[in-house]
Design a protein around this ligand. Structure first.
Ligand SMILES: [Zn+2]
Length: 168
């Protein structure tokens, strides 16, 4: 169900359910499935699967319904993923990341930077220090950030492209 190869989404779910949880999620097909089936599919202990499922349930990523066998009285938990919420989370993650990157980009575009051996500062700060850093006893030299700006622009473009694809 988690077919996203986007590192942002992976990181988001890794924080929620850990590496083992990610692997378990990757093994869950679309539609309803029991926890025993998930354990078998992902070759994981049932207790670990349940832990992940309840964590996902708390975060409204997974839902379940129960079915009762009239003869045996056994109750089966049928789990499925809330794809709408997964989509929503992916979009929110994309938004957060885009906002952060845009702020960084704006900051880099708007400033002229200088660098000593230990610090990177704005031109204004370098002037204030007479272009000399007392910490590392070195001059503040002009630091070209055009590569960094290019990288930020590329990262933003990548996430925007991905965001468009989320809803397919
Ligand atoms: Zn320094």
């Amino acid at each position: 169900m988690l077919d996203s190869d986007n590192p942002l989404v992976k990181e988001y779910f890794r924080k929620m359910v850990g590496d083992e949880g990610l692997e378990i999620m990757a093994n869950v097909p679309d539609g309803e499935i029991t926890d025993e089936e998930i354990a078998k599919l992902s070759d994981t202990k049932l207790t670990a699967v349940r832990k992940v499922l309840y964590r996902l349930y708390e975060n409204r990523i997974a839902e379940y319904r129960t079915e009762r066998d009239d003869n045996s009285g056994w109750i089966t938990y049928l789990w499925c993923f809330n794809q709408d919420n997964v989509t929503k989370i992916m979009e929110e993650e994309a938004e957060v990341e885009l906002a952060e990157l845009s702020n960084k980009l704006e900051y880099e575009r708007g400033g002229v930077f200088y660098q000593c051996k230990c610090l990177r500062v704005l031109f204004e700060d370098a002037v204030e220090k007479d272009f000399w850093c007392d910490e590392c006893n070195a001059n503040f030299e002009f630091s070209d950030n055009s590569d960094l700006i290019k990288k930020l622009e590329a990262d933003i473009a990548k996430i925007e492209k991905w965001k468009k694809k989320i809803r397919g």
